[in-house]
Design a protein around this ligand. Structure first.
Ligand code: ZN
Length: 467
């Protein structure tokens, strides 16, 4: 059965044809680990996971690479402002390396909680500085770079196809009407591949290079590391739609100028999560994380179910009402599935299950139409099929959704009712700990214990269990 994806490069749905038969090489832009990921970021990683699962379902052997940006991502896309990592470090009074390690761990934990399959490789930008320097040397040799007072820049006018992914209006930009740019840049779209360390300040992360001490530009790591792991030309590259105009456009410019080959065949991009009235500013430190949802007694699967109710290329609006609706929908589905599970000891296939499977595959192969697949699952659960047939299909479809139905136990995980009094005490204990009043924190822990609950500290927040 044909597999079709919407390719941002051509703005059309195309049949997927791999470069090498039976194999798919895929690169996904990972997080910048200077803070927690907000729930909107997780939408992109979930879409990529579904994509990977669909490829595996179609019998492809998938090599999946994801970078971890731990250096060089500046606050603005225009090569201005501070490095986000150094900013995170000064905010928290830690070293940049500690910040990177901490937020990488939290990110990986979030993926696990959402049952997102890990990539084959998580590659950190700081582990591949040599490869990035080599790429700049390659670009320099071919005449694509120039030097300014603050770094080495890529001259986008030298690359004739620049902006093909984003369909950028280069002439418009060049006229300087929409973008203001530094006087030293030759073209408004030029970007830094190497930034010099400031003369008056010691950076925590800096490296020697043929051009002087400094650090790589953010876009460079993805070109250099994807080529290192997947070769000059590979199948799929994905990320959020915000990457199209600058980050992915620059990745193509660097890679294709250096190798002289086509970089990637299919570019897939996930739409944003629209937060509506819910505050989501990372800079104010007040934004929704998966942990926050868990603290509010949602299961990560509730959030996953909410995300999967919309197609990855549709903008989805978040609200707690919508999340609550997803929560009841998921809990109802799970209850029905558990009933089916408990009533049979095996699964069985039949002509009907084959035809349902084909139908399901036609949905997911049509540019990942997961909402249709979910609706089909709902129908099957309440259909006339035998429970053994139903269970076969439930497990089969869950290879794509990744809800973990096979391991689901009788009671939804978060079903214990924690009295609000206990929650208040637990919050007060965190507050006491923050104020370094450890004596008070211990007293509260005992108080909670006396009332029959145990509080367990987690990386972000806490968990409460019934004793
Ligand atoms: Zn990237």
């Amino acid at each position: 059965m044909a597999l079709n994806f919407y390719n941002t490069l051509t703005r059309t749905k195309e049949e997927f044809i791999p470069i090498e038969q039976g194999k798919v090489k895929m690169y996904c832009c990972g997080p910048t680990v200077y803070n927690y990921q907000h729930i909107g970021n997780l939408k992109t990683f979930l879409f990529e996971d579904i994509l990977k699962r669909v490829l595996i379902y179609n019998d492809y052997e998938v090599t999946h690479i994801m970078n971890i940006t731990d250096v060089g991502h500046l606050v603005s896309d225009e090569d201005e402002g501070e490095d986000k990592m150094e900013l995170g470090a000064s905010r928290e009074g830690k070293t940049v390396w500690q910040i990177a390690e901490y937020y990488t761990d939290v990110f990986k934990e979030d993926l696990k909680r959402l049952n997102i399959l890990y990539p084959d490789v998580f590659c950190k930008a700081t582990d591949f500085i040599k490869e990035q320097i080599e790429m700049i040397e390659c670009l320099e040799k071919k005449g694509f770079t120039y030097r300014t007072s603050d770094g080495i820049y890529y001259d986008t006018s030298k690359f004739p196809d620049y902006g093909k992914l984003a369909k950028l209006d280069i002439e418009g930009l060049r006229a300087g009407e929409r973008v203001e740019f530094s006087e030293e840049k030759r073209n408004p779209t030029d970007f830094s591949v190497w930034k010099f360390s400031p003369k008056d300040k010691q950076r925590q992360m800096e490296w020697d290079s043929p051009w002087g001490k400094g650090f790589p530009g953010w876009h460079l790591e993805c070109s250099a590391m994807s080529i290192k792991f997947l070769g000059n030309h590979f199948d799929i590259h994905c990320g959020g739609i915000d990457h199209i105009p600058v980050h992915h456009t620059n990745e193509i410019a660097q890679a294709e100028a250096c190798t002289g080959e086509k970089f990637v065949n299919y570019w897939l991009h996930g739409e944003f999560l629209n937060m509506g009235d819910v505050k989501m500013s990372k800079s104010s430190g007040d934004f929704l994380t998966l942990q926050r949802l868990i603290d509010m007694k949602y299961d990560p699967m509730h959030y996953k179910y909410f995300l999967l109710s919309a197609h990855y290329r549709t903008k989805l609006k978040f609200s707690f009402e919508a999340l609550d609706a997803a929560k009841s929908g998921y809990d109802r589905l799970l209850t029905n599935i558990l009933k089916i599970k408990n009533s049979v000891s095996k699964t069985s296939q039949s002509e009907q299950t084959n035809s349902e499977q084909n139908k399901f595959k036609s949905y997911i192969n049509d540019d990942l139409n997961i909402p249709r697949g979910l609706a089909q699952l709902q129908q099957i659960v309440s259909s006339e099929l035998s429970n053994e047939e139903k269970l076969f299909l439930i497990y089969e479809f869950d290879k794509i959704f990744g809800f973990g139905f096979k391991d689901a136990k009788d009671k939804p995980k978060d079903d214990i009712d924690i009295p609000s009094e206990i929650l208040t005490l637990a919050e007060a204990r965190i507050e006491a700990k923050k104020n370094k009043d450890f004596k008070r924190a211990d007293e509260i822990r005992n108080e909670i214990k006396v009332k029959g609950f145990e509080v367990i500290d987690k990386k972000e927040g806490f968990e409460i269990k019934k004793i």
